[in-house]
Design a protein around this ligand. Structure first.
Ligand code: DX5
Ligand code: ZN
Length: 213
């Protein structure tokens, strides 16, 4: 079963409640929350007070993607909300294995996010520990960028490692996902789609979400 996690970065921030309610009603499984700090990535989005308000509106779990230099500052706060998944980038932590368990110990699924230029070897030693791997198919920082083609290969290799080691972590893909590349991504091994502009720019959110599934 493929899950869809709309990235709210492409939602209408002037009508956020209305937009989120609509995308939830359209069949989203999670809301993907991109936290950017203007340091790890060259863009700034939102922090705890806004996530807290989104949490009160949302009837579905949150999938928080931390693109910040200090991800561990957020875990405890997020654990008090309806947060199902947290992902962080390896370059932002000193001890990858320890960081994964800090999240898991709070009862939240832990994921490591890899940028297009990051090798799968960076997470080889923690594949037994993660609940999911987030494969970025664009460079982090902005919505609406074009999908990087090499991602299919990378996901297929990760899926192969998962099979060889008989593991059950999920593969989430994030960036430039649309109805055209979705079938090939599913074939490569994706379980969860993050999609921002493809869903929020569509006239009908439900048909965009269904086309991904
Ligand atoms: C990029 C973010 C993505 C982005 C996806 O740094 O992590 O979640 O919002 O947006 P689209 O689907 O428009 O590429
Ligand atoms: Zn994201």
């Amino acid at each position: 079963m493929i899950k869809v996690s709309p990235s709210i970065l492409s939602a209408d921030f002037a009508n956020l409640e209305q937009d989120l309610t609509a995308v939830i009603k359209a069949g989203s499984d999670f809301l993907h929350i991109d936290v950017m700090d203007g340091h790890y990535v060259p863009n700034l989005t939102f922090g705890n007070p806004i996530i807290e308000r989104i949490n009160t509106i949302s009837t579905i779990p949150l999938d928080v993607h931390l693109m910040v230099t200090n991800p561990s500052d957020y875990y405890k706060f997020l654990a008090n909300l309806r947060v199902a998944m947290i992902s962080f980038h390896p370059a932002t932590v000193h001890h990858l294995h320890r960081e994964i368990y800090k999240i898991k110990e709070l009862g939240i699924k832990a994921g490591v996010a890899l940028n297009p230029g990051d090798s799968l070897t960076m997470i080889e030693e923690v594949l037994e520990d993660v609940d999911f791997v987030l494969i970025m198919s664009v460079n982090p920082g902005y919505g609406g960028q074009s999908f990087i083609e090499g991602t299919y290969q990378k996901i297929a290799r990760l899926d192969q490692l998962r099979e060889e080691r008989k593991l059950s972590f999920k593969i989430e893909v994030d960036g430039g996902v649309n109805g055209k590349n979705a079938p090939k991504l599913i074939q490569a091994g994706v379980n969860i789609f993050v999609a921002g502009s493809y869903i929020f720019k569509a006239d009908d959110y439900a048909s965009a979400i269904n086309s991904l599934k």
